[in-house]
Design a protein around this ligand. Structure first.
Ligand code: IMP
Ligand code: MG
Length: 232
């Protein structure tokens, strides 16, 4: 590719990218905001102060549940004025669906031992309570000195398995929310606020990758006409 062609190619690439970004931003901007950035920041600061008071003189471990709690945890720890450690745990998620399947699996365990430590589990949202009750049982079995849970959001009315949440950011109604770490099919995590994805938004979601291919689909490179071609 000569230099001129390379420049034209790069221009085309950037404008295609810009168009895509523009549509994404437009879509995001059309979502209803449930909790704005300033309200989130204020509440996270309050939770940080409360934890700093309650754990004064100790060095708790904040255990983030990947991936949804990553943004909340990183803002929260900067509002905690005592020394803290961080660790992460990952459990099987909803995949691309919006409802819990009920069964939970551990995908990534803690790096460190929590025996005799003060453990604070940091979660983005409590819904059925299945995830947290599983995590609580698993972590309590390791003999921590203390155990508590902080959750940014709580959909109390959806609880199937009771679990006590010590610190709650906001109680919300039964609506599917995204942003500030929370996703739908791995998207929207970067929104600075909490927005609502209603059924219409979900139906509009043409890029949803959650539907399994039907059995008669032929993949490129397998067999049949057009095998090996890439026309996506
Ligand atoms: P639970 O086991 O049903 O309590 O599920 C909790 C997990 O499901 C959360 O950590 C989230 O990852 C996910 N989740 C539940 N409700 C929502 C939602 O409204 N938006 C995005 N993720 C959600
Ligand atoms: Mg989560």
């Amino acid at each position: 590719m000569g230099p001129l062609v390379a420049v034209r190619f790069a221009e085309g690439y950037h404008s295609a990218q810009a168009t895509e970004l523009h549509f994404l931003r437009q879509r995001e901007a059309s979502l209803e905001i449930l909790i704005d950035e300033a309200t989130l920041a204020k509440r996270v600061a309050e939770l940080g102060e409360e934890l700093s008071r309650d754990y004064l003189g100790r060095t708790p471990i904040l255990v983030g549940i990947l991936k949804g709690s990553a943004i909340f945890l990183s803002d929260l720890i900067r509002k905690i004025s005592i020394d803290c450690e961080i660790d992460f745990i990952s459990i099987s998620s909803y995949g691309n669906r919006t409802k819990s399947s009920g069964s939970v699996q551990l995908l990534k365990d803690l790096d460190r031992d929590i025996y005799d430590r003060d453990v604070i589990v940091v979660e983005d949202i409590v819904d059925s309570g299945n995830s947290l009750s599983y995590i609580k049982k698993s972590l309590l079995a390791r003999g921590p000195h203390s155990f508590s849970i902080v959750a940014l959001l709580d959909k109390k009315e959806r609880r199937e398995t009771p679990v006590y949440v010590d610190y709650i950011g906001f109680e919300i109604e039964d609506r599917f929310v995204v942003g500030y770490g929370l996703d739908y099919a791995e998207r929207y995590r970067g929104l600075p606020h909490i927005a609502v994805l209603d059924d219409e938004d979900l139906a509009d979601d043409v890029t949803d990758v959650g539907t399994p291919p039907s059995e008669d689909v032929t993949f490129p490179g397998e067999f049949g006409e057009g095998a090996g071609s890439r026309e996506s």
